[in-house]
Write a protein that binds this ligand. Structure first.
Ligand code: ATP
Length: 256
């Protein structure tokens, strides 16, 4: 899909001790791209997402969000972000949705959603509430606005977590196995919300084991193996006859 480059990652490397988990990953996401990241457990998918939004700091490589390069410096032999303010700003431009929802349990759903816009972006509270209510409507849980997370099902909590990320008006949404913690009957409601976002043109990078999402919603599929990109292409290519033998074996395990 032609368009502005929203996310550019060049040659990311990351080790934990002597274990090199990411071995030179590069990726470019253009406006509206929906990229599914697949791979066996331990192949480095979560670490890759965490490096993009700076929850982990890559040892090498470059990351740019919407054309802005994240500045790094070397300190004590380690790569560290040069500018804390830039990190905070870039993080707010990258929405992150985790497997485990990560809502604040002591706040209502509405409070969870307005927290970032009011306290981080310093926007007027009334405006943020109006937007939050529209987002709750969009993800189908408007009636839960005054409930606490513990009173919602897993699927509802994940939809609230998506609304919370969207409230920051991110340029790219990163999803880390958003349906893996859900009972099977709740997976569909979260995938429907993600599909609607994709159809609206949100740029998304999605670590998932949901082959139907990878096949039918994403426009690009990346298969990671041992910290490297093994196969990269459109779902038609990869789920057709393309993709490496490792990819074919991987999807075979999922009945793909
Ligand atoms: N903070 C850490 N310290 C040490 N090792 C880590 C750390 N985080 C991840 N690892 C290791 O890095 C490797 C890749 O982990 P990662 O979670 O990125 O894989 P993944 O592909 O997302 O796997 P899964 O599908 O199981 O979530 C694993 O061997 C893991 O044990």
């Amino acid at each position: 899909m032609a368009g502005t480059t929203r996310l550019s990652v060049r040659n990311i490397r990351k080790s934990f001790g002597t274990h090199e988990v990411l071995r030179g990953i590069s990726l470019e996401a253009r406006d509206g791209d929906v990229i599914s990241l697949l791979g066996a457990s331990g192949s480095g998918k979560s670490t890759f997402l965490r490096c993009i939004n700076l929850l982990e700091i890559a040892d090498h490589g470059e990351i740019s969000v919407d054309g802005e390069l994240i500045q790094m410096v070397e300190r004590g032999g380690r790569n560290v972000p040069a500018n804390r303010r830039q990190v905070d700003r870039i993080r707010s431009e990258l929405g992150m949705v985790f497997q485990s929802f990560n809502l604040w349990s002591h706040m209502t759903i509405l409070e969870n959603i307005i927290e970032g816009p009011v306290h981080v972006l310093k926007r007027p509270r009334a405006e943020c509430i109006a937007e939050a209510e529209a987002l709750l409507e969009k993800v189908g849980i408007a009636e839960k606005r005054h409930a606490y997370p513990a009173h919602l099902s897993g699927g509802q909590q994940q939809r609230a977590a998506i609304a919370r990320s969207l409230a920051m008006k991110p340029k790219v949404m990163l999803f880390d196995e958003p349906t893996s913690a859900l009972d099977p009957e709740l997976v569909g409601e979260v995938l429907r919300v993600m599909r609607a976002l994709a159809e609206e043109g949100m740029t998304m990078l999605v670590v998932t084991h949901e082959m139907s999402f990878a096949r039918n919603v994403s426009n690009r599929v990346i298969f990671m193996k041992s910290g490297e990109i093994d196969s990269d292409g459109s779902p038609e290519e990869l789920f057709g006859q393309g993709g490496s033998p490792s990819f074919r074996q991987f999807i075979g395990n999922f009945g793909g």
